[in-house]
Ligand binder design. Structure first.
Ligand code: NCD
Ligand code: ZN
Ligand code: ZN
Ligand code: ZN
Length: 438
């Protein structure tokens, strides 16, 4: 496949980090070539010009937690459709979780996902490698081979399943420290979540749904912090969902343990009062918790106890979601709605600046994954991986209109002020005004 020559791009009238007066940004050969009020004057006559009307310019977003469903469930998402959703959401790099069919538990599969991502060319697609063969939690995979392959796998996770056996987790952490890779844990003690479909609390009790207690998550977070400490390893906590997890993360960080954590937009915004409708679209792992959990998660993201936002974009077919709550598959779409939600919750409230938002959606996730060309400052000479945000659009979410092949969004019909109106990936526009650009 021939890589298209990247044109010279001129972004007219953008505000880096939403600060100061609008400037022009000239992008050439995949990098920021000039930036300032007069940068446009250096543009060649054939430059591709985008007038952006004072929109906010941010580093392109990095998602540490995406499900792309290829190989195996291409009816619900493909690397191509998921990459388009990512580009529309302002993402320039995504980490594709290993629970595909077959799973990404060997180098053949991880290299193939990486290669297809490159061919699609809408964002960096980094396959996550499985920690254990078949995500069964028993036998460690050949992490070294996946790390040394074409995909250069940097993150390993059995997400969807917890690496529940403490001895297996201990060995995985020891091995990962030697390889310089990161283990990301889906923290769920399976002995405490048999048959669970909803957060264990008053709502589930009233609705007659089997509960997933907070302790199922927190006991694994505490255990893994201690295992990481003793292994001298790093550990990353996927989709933190409870007040207690926030307290444990603060404790572990205060002890100097190398622990990081992500939170999803849905756990920041929604709580289990949504379940009153019995609508399967609200079923997700970990489950939507209570209002105080969502508040603690927002505060932890602002304070840095939680490092970043990750979408846990989890496409599912209509027939797998539009059924009785307990029979619905867990998971919801996230890539195209993450920025509007985080902005609504944390920028509009005054709790965060756009620069803070860039930290939690781009800078920190890039650092955690060890990416060197993502999450970079908006400066001359830096790689042009950028997201353009209109803070005052009025965008209503319609699942059927999303680029994802699935439509399982819990935000159907909701209107948001902020929206991504352009994404630049390695110097090329990959989305503009709600359209992904091939
Ligand atoms: C995810 C999926 O559908 O793959 N589902 C979910 O509810 N979050 C798996 C996971 O992230 O645990
Ligand atoms: Zn890149
Ligand atoms: Zn998970
Ligand atoms: Zn997941």
């Amino acid at each position: 496949m021939t890589v298209p020559e990247s044109p010279t791009l001129l972004l007219r009238r953008v505000r880096p980090y939403g600060e100061g007066d609008p400037v022009d940004v000239l992008i050439r050969d995949g990098r920021i070539a000039a930036l300032g009020p007069g940068a446009g004057e250096e543009a060649p006559a054939d430059a591709e010009v985008h007038d952006l009307d004072g929109a906010v310019l941010l580093p392109g977003f990095v998602d540490l937690h995406t499900h792309l469903r290829e190989p195996g469930r291409e009816d619900t998402e493909t690397i191509a459709s998921g990459s388009a959703a990512a580009a529309l959401g302002g993402y320039t790099a995504v980490f594709a979780m290993a629970n595909t069919q077959p799973p990404q538990d060997n180098q053949t599969v991880t290299d193939s996902v990486w290669r297809i991502g490159r061919e699609v060319g809408l964002c960096d697609v980094h396959p996550v490698g499985a920690v254990t063969v078949g995500l069964k939690g028993e036998q460690l995979t050949e992490m070294g081979q996946m790390a040394d392959g074409a995909a250069k796998v940097k993150i390993f996770s059995d997400d969807g399943m917890c690496v529940y056996d403490p001895l297996v987790m201990r060995r995985a952490l020891e091995y990962s420290a030697g390889l310089g890779v990161l283990i990301a844990q889906h923290a769920e003690e399976p002995r405490l979540t048999r048959g669970a479909v909803a957060h264990e609390g008053p709502t589930a009790a009233r609705l007659g749904l089997t509960g997933w207690p907070r302790s199922a998550e927190e006991s694994i977070v505490a255990r893994d912090a201690i295992l990481a400490r003793d292994a001298g390893a790093r550990v990353h906590i996927c989709h933190a969902s409870t007040t207690g997890t926030v307290e444990l993360l603060a404790w572990a960080k205060s002890q100097g343990i190398s622990i990081t954590a992500e939170v999803t937009p849905h756990h920041l915004l929604l709580d289990d009062s949504r379940l009153e409708t019995y609508d399967g679209v609200y079923r997700v792992n970990p489950p939507l918790r209570e209002a105080h959990d969502a508040r603690a998660l927002r505060e932890a993201l602002v304070s840095g106890v939680i490092d970043c936002v990750a979408t846990d974009h989890a496409p599912h077919a209509a027939q797998e979601k539009c059924c009785e709550f307990a029979a619905a598959r867990p998971g919801m779409l996230g890539l195209e709605t993450a920025l509007p939600i985080v902005a609504a919750l944390l920028i509009d409230s005054g709790d965060m600046t756009w620069r803070d938002l860039a930290r939690v959606m781009s800078v920190r996730p890039a650092e955690i994954a060890g990416l060197t060309d993502q999450g970079r400052p908006i400066e001359v000479g830096e790689p042009a991986n950028l997201a353009v945000v209109d803070p005052d659009s009025s965008w209503t979410v319609i699942g059927e209109d999303l680029a994802s092949l699935s439509a399982n969004t819990p935000y159907e019909g909701m209107t948001f002020a902020a929206r991504v109106v352009g994404t630049v990936y390695h110097g090329r526009m990959t989305s503009r005004d709600g359209k992904a650009l091939a």
